[in-house]
Design a protein around this ligand. Structure first.
Ligand SMILES: [Zn+2]
Length: 1085
């Protein structure tokens, strides 16, 4: 064949033979910086996307008519009260204040005809403070934050009819973080005023708004994806294409831009359908609003924050079907129920739909360092009972993202309260060591475990940024075991929870993962329980963490706001005592009704004050005053309960003046023998183990006093009883000699009971932190001459004045009482401190001749051991720790315990034990701890190691016998019931392990004569006993009772029956593992 043209081989190509023009590579940094231009303020704002956000805006008359009523002083009146007043004309641009005042606005809206058909109409209200939108019938609709945050309220379609429509806005003159007079934590400025910047009807361009979010997320991908990934380059290119396609003079260009964005985000980001791709997600987003029950604002304001925040979420759920919202703190639900019933009903409906998730199982998000074991129990009991009675189910997850350290017994208590999961993240704030796990099993002192998850995004108020999603994988520390995580997002406090912007961003993050990749795939639409359900299936393989989750920050919170701590301790004691006595009274005398309602009121206030910015002392002064009022109310109710009980017992509350009429009230569950003062010159011995102890005269002879006090040389005194010899010089103990053990306890040349003062300027968080370097500033205080204070037959005391500064001083009384045969004697110290310092920390120290690398500290239902050295940074981080009633340093065969009546901060460095007394931070409360303080502590040397001797002495130190008169008021003969109360109606028998403590005796929550009807009534009467092993070993014993018991069950903290226990002849056996907390329910005939 010849002569014909051969066809070209291969597919046809448009590829030009010659390069038509030069094409350059994008210069990354310049094109990256350009991304900002489309959305930035400043010189381009009028020419970029900002210029197209709204189609039209109207304000002022006649479209937005405003009038206002100013609530008097700092009152927070109800809707009904507020709207009954006359409102006066006002306008945008006006100022409102001062701080903490409330202003109610009538807002009359009339949509002009040219806006009626616009796609999206909103009221934009920005007064730079918090607000709540109400409808004209008094139902709260939505919260407003101010300062350009959550300023939009979507107008209902019914407002488009050209008529006038009325709404109300309740303005609170505080920002989301109160009214700080400087940086965030400075004490409030009482004189802040707020300008109403905007009150306008806006026709929003939804395309512009959506493009703005598209562009935000793709821009983040361009900035944050690794530069060696094609996904980063594609994001950069997409952004630049959008910039080029945008035309400020043509709204149609918005659609073109969005189409370009779709190439990176996929086509589903405009709805919740984006989450239905069927691809396996790894990050589970849950909406949340961390509302501090008080902090930089008073409790009273929190009640409104709850209504604002939760109504927001109910509204958002209508627009965003994927939104699931978890919220904790039963107390906040209760406030809502009482003060905003229509919002509570709305929340209830969302709970029923499975969208709004009550979580946490506790009354508030409480501190876990300082509350007693029983307080932790009640946090769960009151929390879970509220949830169960109002929403039909209990919580499975203990939720405590923001608390300052976590007690080693929490896993055990959680499991006993029906919760096997725990969420926190505060340890990411550690400023010395990085906590090594994200998902792990956390193990209590007794071996009980819970699954713990700490969101790797390291926040409980995530903004749902691209970076939060990214960090949910990049900061995950447990990838060997599991690579899923929770993303807890939503603005906290006054921010009102998740915002529509956050939900839109997350849709796009999911779109990126499904369309391009790299970004961990986020999912919305599940609950926290769903997340933990998946973890639980493989939890057996998770790593473990034994013991406390010590928080390496905020160590000052064991000491700051000393009065709150003291009140907390006293309240816990009074509640314990009264529940025991009221239980006995209610069984003894059927006409006496167990005062359940009063106990509930007291407990709810005590539990509320344990909130993690209240008891730790990190709130403003207003909140401190509110808590003082609550404690005062607790003690007042306590008095009224005790008055009724003493009538049943047939005793008079009048303190006896004679041994014959005297009765000592004892609430501790073991045999006591103590010397008590009857009058100035008469003492008696109270002895026995029932609730009411008889007295007998203390026999002494002039020649051989039980205690002596001698001045051995000028200003040097020796106090001595049968067991101890104490030498005191200028207020310090220079010798403490155990006569029985023949042992000196103060190292030569050292001084115990020595006051020391430190400079206390932490890096930032004043009320919260004491920093490690404060130790370098230690200065011993020099005291004046010691003098004899009082010498009695059975006790002797010395008094010393110590000047701290020109303004501050301490008066110290050191007392040695008579030694009681068979009991360990101790030295008691009572200090009255006048405290007016600035950024100083007062402690008292006790060098002792004891050697151990670990010291022991009482914690809830047990003991924590912590290092006395600084070997590693983990050891060093514990330079200040939390302790309850005692701290102990023991070596083999001997030890010294330091007892206290109201303190929680302690340190043991080498052989020096140091009790923290008072701090003086100036923020957020400028007057924290200023004034007079009464503090007691005790020095208890003991032969043998740490034992029940210390545990019991610490209880006794905190629960002194109370002297009463057995002669009923107005009667000439002793009360008739006294005698049978000399025996305890329930106790651990003599042969029981002394490590066992019968801590709580109370009536069953739902007994027919006790129940307040929250949960189904249970037939008959019952008594609940809580017993724990206090020392950390298997402990066996026998509980004996004189009550007519028919059946005994082991129950959990919520009083659900677990196992029936064999009960015969008025007795049942208990057998507890080390540090077990066991609860028993005794059903009465
Ligand atoms: Zn908080």
């Amino acid at each position: 064949m010849g002569g014909e043209t051969r066809a070209q081989r291969g597919p046809k190509s448009d590829y030009a033979l010659q390069a038509p023009r030069p094409v350059g590579q994008m210069i990354t940094n310049i094109y990256k910086d350009r991304i900002n231009q489309l959305t930035a303020g400043g010189q381009y704002a009028g020419h970029n996307l900002n210029a197209l956000m709204n189609e039209a805006v109207v304000s002022g008359q006649p479209h937005v008519q405003l009038s206002v009523w100013h609530a008097p002083d700092q009152t927070r009146p109800s809707f009904k009260e507020a709207t009954s007043h006359e409102f006066k004309r006002t306008n945008a641009g006006e100022w409102f204040g001062p701080s903490w005042t409330t202003h109610w606005f009538k807002v009359v809206l009339k949509v002009p005809s040219h806006l009626r058909d616009k796609r999206l109409l909103e009221l934009h209200w920005d007064a730079n403070n918090e607000g709540l939108v109400w409808n004209e019938h008094g139902h709260p609709l939505q919260g407003l934050t101010g300062g350009n945050e959550r300023v939009e309220w979507v107008l209902p379609d019914s407002f488009r009819n050209g008529e006038e429509h009325l709404i109300y806005i309740e303005m609170a003159c505080n920002g989301m973080f109160g009214n700080p007079g400087g940086d965030t934590i400075q004490p409030p400025d009482p004189n802040r005023y707020f300008r109403l910047d905007r009150a306008e009807i806006v026709a929003v361009d939804p395309d512009a708004r959506q493009l703005h979010i598209d562009y935000w997320i793709i821009g983040d991908a361009a900035r944050e994806f690794p530069q060696d990934s094609w996904e980063q380059h594609k994001a950069l290119k997409t952004c630049n294409q959008i910039v080029e396609a945008f035309d400020v003079n043509n709204r149609d260009s918005l659609k073109v831009c969005r189409k370009i964005a779709e190439g990176y985000l996929g086509s589903q980001v405009d709805s919740s359908a984006v989450y239905q791709s069927g691809k396996e997600p790894v990050v589970f987003g849950i909406g949340h609003c961390h509302i501090d029950s008080c902090w930089l604002w008073p409790f009273a304001e929190t009640k409104r924050k709850v209504a604002r925040s939760w109504s927001n979420q109910c509204g958002l759920m209508e627009r965003y079907p994927e939104l699931h919202f978890a919220c904790s703190q039963a107390q906040q639900y209760k406030w809502l129920k009482e003060l905003y019933p229509s919002v509570f009903d709305r929340v209830k409906r969302k709970v029923a739909e499975g969208r709004f998730h009550p979580i946490g199982g506790s009354w508030v998000e409480h501190d876990t360092n300082m509350p007693s074991g029983e307080s932790l129990v009640r946090q769960f009991l009151y929390g879970q009972r509220f949830y169960e009675s109002n929403f039909g189910s209990r919580c499975q997850t203990f939720w405590l993202p923001d608390t300052f350290g976590y007690s080693s017994q929490l896993p055990q208590l959680c499991r006993l309260a029906g919760m096997s999961r725990f969420l926190t993240q505060k340890l990411s704030w550690n400023n010395i060591n990085r906590f090594p796990h994200t998902t792990f099993n956390w193990v209590a002192l007794d071996g009980t475990q819970v699954i713990c998850h700490m969101p790797p995004s390291e926040t409980y108020t995530a903004e749902a940024h691209f970076g939060d999603v990214k960090r949910s994988m990049s900061q995950h520390k447990s990838l060997d075991q599991d690579h899923t995580s929770l993303l807890v997002f939503g603005k906290g406090d006054g921010g009102g929870g998740p915002t529509w912007q956050q939900l839109e961003k997350l849709r796009r993050c999911r779109g990126v993962s499904d369309t391009v990749g790299v970004l961990p795939r986020v999912h919305l639409g599940n609950s926290v329980d769903d997340f933990f359900d998946k973890l639980e299936r493989k939890a057996d393989s998770f790593v473990t963490w034994y013991g406390e989750l010590y928080f390496e920050l905020h160590r000052g919170t064991y000491t700051t706001q000393s009065n709150n701590k003291r009140n907390n301790r006293k309240s816990e004691i009074v509640l314990r005592d009264l529940e025991l006595l009221a239980t006995i009274a209610s069984i003894k005398d059927e006409s006496y009704k167990y005062p359940k309602k009063k106990f509930d009121t007291m407990w709810e206030m005590v539990l509320l004050c344990q909130f993690h910015d209240c008891l730790p002392g990190s709130s403003i002064e207003m909140a401190v005053h509110e808590s003082m009022e609550m404690y005062a109310e607790v003690f007042k109710i306590a008095e009224s309960i005790f008055k009724d009980i003493s009538e049943v017992f047939g005793v008079s509350q009048v303190r006896t003046t004679t041994v014959a009429d005297g009765i000592a009230l004892n609430t501790l569950p073991w045999h006591r023998k103590e010397v008590v003062d009857i009058s100035e010159n008469e003492a008696a011995v109270a002895c026995g183990n029932g609730p009411l102890l008889r007295l007998r005269t203390l026999k002494t002879s002039q020649d051989d006093p039980l205690v002596s006090a001698k001045q051995v040389s000028k200003g040097i005194f020796v106090l001595e009883n049968d067991q101890l010899r104490v030498r005191v010089e200028a207020g310090a103990i220079t010798s403490l000699y155990d006569r029985k053990a023949e042992r000196e306890l103060i190292p030569k040349g050292q001084k115990a009971n020595q006051y020391v003062i430190f400079d206390d300027k932490p890096l930032y968080w004043q009320a919260w932190d004491v920093e490690v370097y404060h130790l370098d500033t230690r200065k011993p205080l020099h005291s004046g001459e010691t003098k004899i204070h009082e010498i009695k037959k059975h006790s002797a005391s010395l008094i010393t004045h110590t000047k701290i500064s020109d303004k501050s001083s301490v008066k110290t009384i050191i007392t040695l009482g008579a030694a009681v045969e068979g009991q360990q004697s101790h030295i008691e110290v009572a200090a009255t401190v006048e405290w007016h310092e600035t950024m100083k920390f007062l402690k008292v120290e006790f060098p002792v001749d004891i050697r151990n690398t670990e010291a022991s500290y009482e914690t809830q239902f047990g003991i924590v051991r912590r290092p006395t050295h600084y070997n590693t940074s983990w050891d060093m981080a514990k330079f200040e720790v939390c302790s309850h009633r005692f701290a102990d340093l023991s070596e083999h065969g001997y030890g010294v315990s330091i007892l206290n009546d109201s303190k929680y901060g302690f340190a043991t460095a080498g052989n020096v034990m140091r009790l923290s007394l008072l701090r003086s931070p100036k923020a957020p409360d400028a007057h924290a701890d200023m004034g007079t303080h009464h503090i007691r502590w005790g020095i208890l040397p003991h032969q043998g190691g740490l034992s029940h001797v210390t545990v019991r002495k610490a209880f006794e130190f905190n629960n002194p016998l109370k002297l009463l008169s057995s002669r009923a008021a107005g009667s000439s003969s002793p009360g008739s019931l006294v005698l049978d109360l000399a025996r305890p109606p329930v106790c651990l028998t003599q042969d029981s392990s002394p490590a066992l403590v019968l801590d709580t005796v109370k009536r069953g929550e739902d007994d027919e004569d006790v129940s307040r009807g929250e949960l189904p009534v249970k037939e008959g009467r019952s008594v609940v006993l809580r017993i724990y092993d206090s020392l950390g070993g298997r402990a066996r014993g026998t509980v004996a009772t004189t009550w007519d018991v028919t059946r005994v069950c082991k129950v959990n903290l919520l009083e659900d029956e677990l196992d029936e226990v064999k009960f015969a002849d008025g007795e049942f056996a208990v057998d507890l593992r080390a540090f077990e907390v066991a609860t028993f329910k005794l059903q009465l005939a």
